[in-house]
Write a protein that binds this ligand. Structure first.
Ligand SMILES: [Zn+2]
Length: 68
């Protein structure tokens, strides 16, 4: 009996489980500060806090027209 050389047809290789899991929905958690969805273990991109601490200074585009 002849053995199959490939169990998965090469046309299906792209749709195998392992090939696609990275495209799956990204896991997000809610920021306790601004309640926006953010990546877990990452600084919130919205308010710049992590673990209740201000880590990144927020760029305030609305205020700050006066200079000097
Ligand atoms: Zn936030």
């Amino acid at each position: 009996m002849a053995n199959l050389k490939w169990k998965t047809p090469r046309s299906k290789t792209r749709s195998r489980r392992a090939a696609n899991w990275k495209l799956n929905p990204v896991t997000t958690v809610e920021c306790p500060q601004c309640h926006q969805a953010k990546l877990p273990h990452f600084v919130c991109g919205s308010c710049g806090t992590y673990n209740g601490r201000q880590v990144v200074a927020i760029k305030d585009d609305h205020a700050g027209h006066s200079h000097g």
